[in-house]
Design a protein around this ligand. Structure first.
Ligand code: FAD
Length: 361
């Protein structure tokens, strides 16, 4: 908390805090025990992300993006890849990132143009990824590229690419509205030769791996939203108790009380959804995509509303940068956009809802 405003202002990556998280074994949380982790349970990861986000959504995402970058290796990687990468991440020695998005392919992820051409024991990568969280800071990148563009979405594959591989460099670092202590950057591949043993799963499985990875990681974004909203609610309650107008704390005004009550109700509902889907994932269930999407959409919309109302309770000072509350509102916004915008996820939820209705008829 004491450094969040400064890191946000300077857009500085929170390396010291990442080190503290490593020392506290937090990077072990999302890694299975066989690879020096603490079990790799989704609920544990959500709890850590929520608590970090309660203080700072930007710092939290530097941590959570490493979990996202590792998920393809955890669930689809070879034994050799797991041995090589996961223990280092568990120890907090190396951060990870997940690279799908390109300038022509955001929601329309099937339109990626980065190619990976097989060549004598290697894949040669060419293309540019955009908006990659932890870009430049992470050492391990899961990259989705087309091995057979003619096959469309069945022609994509997933690779581990290490920082420092010749032909892999970093481009524009984005200046952002919120989560400003996190790094969001372009990844540039120019004849970048990646050993064939870095292919995750099989050729052509890139989009299946992507979809499964994002289904698993969306509860984490939802937990980020819950944490940001929790921080905003706590700040609003504290402020309402001490701000005197008309001779009384504004917390004695029913208009303010009802805002706080609605914030608390929606926050608790979102938290329940996040924990429920995380527990479902941890139970080994295979079908949780819809619940994960629902939790993400609901929690993100809730966080936007709760942080906006918190600014309202702070009044004029809520609009000023001296207080943490405007930062929380800026940080909350991203949860409606990344890992599937809330509109795109509503499309997917609607599809499932309509399918079920059709089945009953
Ligand atoms: C800060 C930040 C960090 C990110 N980190 C990563 C990362 O680590 N790795 C990574 O791969 N990507 C990352 N992204 C990319 C992110 O996932 C995309 O920005 C997001 O998926 C939306 O894509 P887009 O920005 O191209 O928007 P577009 O797809 O162009 O969407 C623009 C608007 O159109 C709407 N829209 C588009 N298609 C539909 C549709 N079919 N139905 C209804 N509405 C639609 C969208 O909801 C949105 O409102 C990050 C983005 C940001 C901003």
């Amino acid at each position: 908390m004491p450094v969040r405003a400064e890191l946000d202002e300077k857009e500085e990556f929170p390396w010291e805090i990442m080190k503290e998280l490593a020392d506290a074994d937090m990077f072990r949380v999302f890694i299975p025990e066989e690879y020096e982790g603490l079990g790799g349970r989704c609920l544990d990861l959500c709890l850590v992300v929520e608590e970090l986000s309660r203080a700072c959504g930007g710092i939290a995402i530097c941590y959570a993006a490493t979990a996202l970058g590792c998920l393809p290796v955890v669930h689809h990687g070879s034994e050799e890849q797991k041995q090589k990468y996961l223990s280092d991440v568990a120890a907090g020695k190396r951060l990870a990132a997940f690279a799908l998005t390109e300038s022509t392919a955001g929601s329309d992820a099937g339109n990626i143009r980065t190619t990976a051409s097989p060549e004598k024991g290697y894949y040669v990568l060419n293309g540019t990824k955009q908006f990659i969280t932890n870009g430049g800071e992470a050492e391990i990148y899961t990259v989705i590229a087309m091995t057979d563009p003619a096959k469309g979405s069945r022609g994509a594959s997933a690779f581990v690419v290490e920082k420092g591989t010749p032909g892999f460099s970093f481009g524009k670092k984005e200046k952002k509205m919120g989560i400003r202590s996190s790094a969001t950057r372009e990844l540039i591949f120019r004849d970048c030769r990646v050993p064939e043993e870095n292919l995750i799963g099989k050729e052509g499985q890139g989009f299946i791996i992507t979809v499964r990875t994002l289904d698993q990681s969306r509860p984490g974004v939802a937990a980020q939203a819950v944490g940001i909203a929790q921080g905003a609610l706590e700040a609003a309650v504290n402020y309402a108790r001490q701000r005197i107008q008309f001779g009384h704390p504004i917390s004695s005004l029913q208009a303010v009380q009802h805002m706080l009550a609605n914030m608390a109700i929606e926050l608790e509902a979102a938290r329940a959804m996040v924990y429920a889907v995380a527990r479902t994932i941890d139970s080994g269930a295979r079908n949780f995509a819809e619940e994960a999407a629902m939790a993400k959409v609901f929690a993100a919309d809730m966080a936007m509303k709760v942080t906006t109302d918190a600014v309202q309770i702070f009044g004029g000072v809520g609009y000023m940068c001296d207080y943490p509350i405007e930062k929380m509102m800026r940080d909350a916004k991203i949860t409606q956009i990344y890992e599937g915008t809330n509109q795109v996820l509503r499309n997917e939820i609607a599809l499932q809802v309509l399918k079920r209705k059709a089945l009953r008829e």
